[in-house]
Ligand binder design. Structure first.
Ligand SMILES: Cc1ncc(C[n+]2csc(CCOP(=O)(O)OP(=O)(O)O)c2C)c(N)n1
Length: 400
């Protein structure tokens, strides 16, 4: 654009130029909380790990509202589920490194949040996951090889949601909260004695979809439990760049209860999720659970977290390892011995070997199969695309 000159123009130009620089400084975090009168809002008024029934040392702590009656057998089952999920997850990372998978989002550190919550579900409850819910998937009976098929890119969905009451993974951040809310409204209209649980991350709460889902669920009393795994990071964005208040407090603004639970405490997660599901099933509307946890690994195998977070932070969370915590309880209560842990480790190796061999044996689909399951029935638009693709491929054959 041609400069028009004149005193006024000269006067305004430097100010306009300065704005992007100031915005860049704000994005980089400079000037935050320093004398701008808003610093207090940036600190979370409620801190702490949330509701806890098991200390990191493996000691039980009673809670009046969220009791746990988990006996030895259940504790062992919870441990086994977490350990096997961790082993499958480690295999996913390894297989990606070996070029067998395109990508793998690790759940390392989030085993208690996932196993505790999925074990609180009843048959008929419906699950809407995000993309890191491998332990939830296994808990709903999805074969680990189905997860691998998805991340190997040889299948668009890989499991039947109806067979497992476990919806397909969702990569579009937060959108599944709306699907879950709609589904929950439908269930309520059908008079089903069941609830929906939907998983999403702390970063997802910055999406409009999540706020819309909260509002719709609240005004329609939808039987849905919003389960936020606050693993502290949305790729490289920490919590403080995502919210001014603790996430569970958002629910209050929409008119339904929200609690924070120690997401590395499988007993607390199970007890709180059970109560939340009962609340939803009984027609009292939605419930938000903020499971306060930590993503120990990278966001995905494409990410390098050492570029944006401190090793000391990761170390401080290692001391809260959810598996170690339960192992301590099992040993303290005499509910498991060395033989049990060795047996679980052997089962994990066998499962990993099955996954590895299964992945290596996976055949690549014919490229034209990508058109097969776009719609349940024939669709002229897709048919045209299939024909165009076939002609494109044939051109290579003609060229020889
Ligand atoms: C609508 C949308 N915006 C952006 C992205 C890119 N993206 C992928 S993962 C991610 C961060 C998600 O963080 P969080 O919700 O905390 O979940 P986490 O990965 O930590 O489990 C973003 C922004 C996306 N997939 N979808």
């Amino acid at each position: 654009m041609a400069a028009r000159g004149g005193r006024g123009q000269l006067h305004h130009e430097p100010a306009d130029r300065a704005r992007p620089r100031r915005q860049a400084r704000l994005l980089a975090g400079e000037g935050r909380g320093r004398g701008d009168g808003r610093a207090e809002h940036r600190r979370h008024p409620v801190s702490g790990d949330g509701i806890r029934l098991l200390t990191p040392d493996g000691e039980r702590v009673p809670h009046p509202d969220y009791p746990s009656d988990a006996g030895p057998e259940e504790l062992r089952a919870l441990y086994r589920d977490m350990a096997l999920a961790r082993r499958v997850d480690a295999e996913g990372v390894t297989l990606q490194r070996q070029g067998e998978l395109g990508l793998w989002p690790s759940l390392l550190g989030q085993e208690a949040a996932q196993v505790g919550s999925v074990r609180a579900l009843r048959e008929g409850d419906r699950v809407f996951p995000s993309y890191r819910e491998h332990a939830v998937a296994l808990g709903r009976g999805v074969d680990p090889l189905a997860l691998m098929r998805l991340f190997r890119g040889v299948d668009h969905g890989a499991w039947d949601p109806e067979a497992h009451d476990f919806h397909l993974y969702t990569l579009v951040i937060g959108s599944q909260t709306l699907h879950a809310t709609g589904y929950a409204c439908g269930m309520a209209k059908d008079g089903a004695d069941a609830a929906v649980i939907v998983y999403f991350g702390d970063g997802a709460t910055s999406q409009g979809d999540v706020s819309e889902a909260f509002n719709f669920a609240a005004v329609w009393d939808a039987p849905v439990v919003f389960f936020c795994q606050n693993n502290q990071w949305a790729i490289s964005e920490p919590n403080e760049r995502q919210t001014r208040v603790p996430l569970h407090q958002r629910a209050q603004g929409f008119g339904f209860p929200g609690v924070r639970v120690d997401g590395n405490d499988v007993l607390a997660v199970q007890a709180v999720t059970r109560a939340a599901l009962d609340h939803a099933r009984s027609g009292r509307g939605p419930f938000l659970i903020e499971a306060f946890t930590y993503r120990m690994g990278a966001h995905t195998t494409s990410d390098d977290p050492s570029r944006y977070r401190d090793a000391a932070e990761v170390e401080s969370w290692r001391a809260k390892d959810p598996l170690l915590r339960l192992e301590r309880l099992l040993r303290r209560e005499g509910a498991a011995d060395d033989a049990f842990f060795a047996e679980v480790a052997v089962a994990g190796e066998a499962l990993a070997a099955r996954v590895r061999e299964g992945v290596r044996a996976m055949a690549s689909p014919a490229p034209e199969e990508m058109f097969d399951h776009v719609y349940a029935e024939a669709h002229t638009g897709v048919d045209r695309e299939r024909a165009a693709f076939a002609a494109y491929q044939a051109a290579f054959a003609e060229e020889g």
